[in-house]
Design a protein around this ligand. Structure first.
Ligand SMILES: *Cc1c(COP(=O)(O)O)cnc(C)c1O
Length: 356
């Protein structure tokens, strides 16, 4: 039976699978909630979104997603506080970025009310799946892809917008050892690096696997022209602290405009930490590692929040980073997660309460 709320059709599951979820041993993004939001673009319009039981989707073998990779996504989280209230973090920024990615990949923009109302209705239905264990949250994956048919290499005429959710533990455990990449590139000038396009990830897997085979966990991407400047850490933005200055690369065609990155920059400034947004050369980082002024490196992104780096490899030499008692990374992570979990005042206005 389906009921229609304002803009959303809702078809509830008959039996919830919540009893099958082991909330004390959650991995990242591998079990899913009861429902998902599905919206179809057809004949030039986005149809009324529907919330349906979480289920597989059937596609024609000629669907353009399989052949031409018109596919984008977002990553966000819902947090539950001690009172059981639910919060999002800067959700409109994810909405806007989804449509920026959509434009680049020739996918029609999704209307804000479908995104926000769809998400909030879905979260209210699947609220019981939002974990409360320390560091855990409901990982939310909105995505869009070309479901239209035909082998012709052109944009599809049909698309799907889906939101699926996964109760998740923390993303990474422990520090990561990274390799500064000088052969492969994640993105290029004029390319799609600033979009959250699925293919950007597919292109990263092989160089990352080569780095893993050499004993590293992750790749540090450098610019595609001369591999001279540091750009991102795997699928995260990167921060580097030399002496007491916290630096990150400026966003560009090639660098994704991360919400965690920009939040960390604002928090750091508010904390009186000296920040610089500028090109960071591999050379200066290697020299800083040698003379001891390189204090910290960490990745920043929604999934891991902050992922500390223990050391890096560059041209057959490994450089270790010091173990700091009071790292910027740990301090900034505490401040941002306290805002996200409604444990502190939110003077930036980033927290978004999900109303029933
Ligand atoms: C998603 C992503 C990030 C982090 O963005 P957040 O909004 O902080 O989650 C950084 N770099 C790349 C390449 C990404 O895909």
């Amino acid at each position: 039976m389906s009921i229609e709320t304002k803009n959303i059709i809702v078809e509830k599951v008959k039996n919830s699978k919540i009893d099958q979820v082991d909330f004390d041993n959650l991995a990242f993004g591998s079990v899913f909630t009861d429902h998902m939001l599905v919206c179809t673009y057809k004949n030039g319009v986005w149809e009324t979104p529907a919330i349906v039981p979480y289920q597989p989707i059937t596609l024609d073998p000629s669907s353009k997603i399989f052949h031409y990779g018109q596919s984008i996504f977002e990553g966000m989280k819902a947090y539950k506080d001690d009172n059981g209230d639910v919060f999002l973090f800067r959700p409109l920024d994810n909405f806007k970025r989804l449509n920026i990615s959509a434009e680049r990949m020739c996918i029609p923009a999704i209307p804000q009310e479908y995104f926000m109302e769809g998400l909030i209705t879905l979260l209210n239905l699947d609220k019981a799946f939002i974990p409360t264990q320390e560091g855990s949250s409901l990982y939310i994956r909105p995505f869009m892809f070309a479901s239209g048919n035909g082998f012709h290499a052109s944009p599809a005429s049909e698309y799907k917008f889906i939101i699926a959710c996964a109760p998740s533990g923390s993303y990474f455990s422990g520090k990561v050892k990274v390799l500064i990449e000088e052969k492969y590139s994640r993105s290029a000038n004029g390319g799609v690096g600033y979009a959250k396009a699925g293919g950007n990830y597919a292109g990263q897997f092989y160089p990352t696997q080569l780095a893993i085979d050499k004993g590293y966990n992750q790749v540090i991407w450098t610019d595609d022209t001369n591999h001279e400047f540091i750009e991102e850490a795997g699928a995260m933005n990167i921060f580097i602290r030399i002496n007491d200055t916290l630096m990150t690369a400026p966003t560009s065609d090639r660098i994704l405009d991360g919400i965690t990155r920009k939040s960390i920059l604002e928090i750091a400034k508010d904390q009186g930490i000296k920040t610089e947004v500028r090109k960071i050369s591999v050379k200066e980082v290697v020299e800083a590692a040698k003379d001891g002024s390189l204090k910290e490196m960490f990745g920043a992104g929604t999934a891991a929040v902050i992922s500390p780096i223990s050391g890096f490899g560059y041209r057959d030499t490994d450089y270790e980073l010091p173990e700091l008692q009071q790292s910027y990374g740990a301090r900034l992570k505490k401040i941002i997660t306290d805002i996200q979990y409604n444990k502190s005042e939110d003077k930036f206005g980033w927290r978004y309460k999900v109303e029933n």
